[in-house]
Design a protein around this ligand. Structure first.
Ligand code: ATP
Length: 271
């Protein structure tokens, strides 16, 4: 598949060239090898899932993709360039946004204000220029507000736009967090266990929003998830990790029938 630049999915979406390439990544914490020599790519327009049982190394991988951890071996390429060590705000400027497993919103702030914070990396006018160029700052504010309102409509959270997020049920808080990440207009959206702690109905809603975000905004999405069932329904391709190794990589169907994957999920002992 690497030889081609793009292909059509069965549901008619175009998957393009790689946006991110993980090349022979190894990450250690002291004597613990969390990731062992793993390579894979994420292509423009696709929904890419990384799954695996407890302790497989998924969170470590997400943190490498996000630039938070620096692997001892291997390279991360983003949009054709090798990435060196970076600070979180530099990663955000590069066009990578993420959500967190334990929701990281400002609990006392409204839904609207939380989503507005997602625009911060795009704001050009600082305090001084706001005084000097009042008009430019106002235009920027209006444009930001328009995008945020569009996201609020899209995620069907108009009725809670003024509600402090700390008062919202868990599933809705997750949706607001998705909205904040979308407000950054990311080139790559990373979702950290988006279904964790959700009931069946909330999982169905979240699955639908992930699919719609990908379809309507064209956002490339990579997610890590413990629950194999949900990702099989929404992912174009799936990487399966177990004990820090990649044991499967392919379409949901290919992965579902892979014996190593079946063994890992059934808890079959390793050599
Ligand atoms: N900061 C750390 N310091 C030391 N060891 C760590 C650290 N983070 C992860 N590990 C170890 O690396 C391995 C992979 O952990 P990781 O959290 O990436 O797995 P995971 O697949 O995300 O697990 P889970 O589904 O339980 O969240 C585990 O053995 C874990 O104990």
């Amino acid at each position: 598949m690497n030889a081609i630049d793009s292909y059509l999915t069965p549901d008619g979406r175009t998957i393009g060239a790689p946006v991110m390439e993980m090349k022979n990544i190894t990450l250690r914490f002291g004597g613990v090898v969390a990731i062992k020599d793993i390579s894979f790519d994420i292509r423009e327009g696709e929904i890419r899932a990384i799954i695996g049982p407890n302790g497989a190394g998924k969170s470590s991988m997400l943190n490498v993709m996000n630039g938070f951890y620096h692997p001892q071996e291997g390279e991360v390429h983003f949009r054709g360039e090798k990435r060196g060590p970076m600070r979180p705000h530099q990663i955000a400027h590069q066009g990578i946004a993420r959500t967190f497993q334990n929701i990281a919103l400002f609990k006392g702030m409204s839904t609207l204000d939380n989503i507005m914070t997602g625009r911060l990396t795009h704001m050009k006018t600082g305090m001084l220029s706001q005084i000097k160029w009042w008009g430019a700052a106002q235009r920027e504010e209006t444009a930001n507000r328009e995008l945020v309102e569009k996201i609020i409509d899209f995620l069907e959270i108009q009725t809670i736009r003024k509600t402090p997020v700390g008062r919202l049920p868990y599933g809705l808080q997750k949706r607001v967090e998705l909205g904040r990440a979308l407000a950054a207009e990311p080139k790559l959206l990373l979702l950290d266990e988006p279904m964790a702690g959700m009931n069946v109905e909330e999982k169905e809603d979240m699955s639908r929003f992930i699919l719609d975000v990908n379809d309507e905004f064209g956002t490339t999405i990579a997610l890590i998830e413990h629950d194999m069932g949900v990702v099989m329904d929404i992912a174009d391709r799936v990487v399966v990790m177990d004990y820090g190794k990649k044991i499967g990589d392919g379409t949901p169907e290919e992965v579902r029938t892979n014996q190593d994957v079946i063994d890992a999920y059934l808890g079959v002992a390793h050599d």
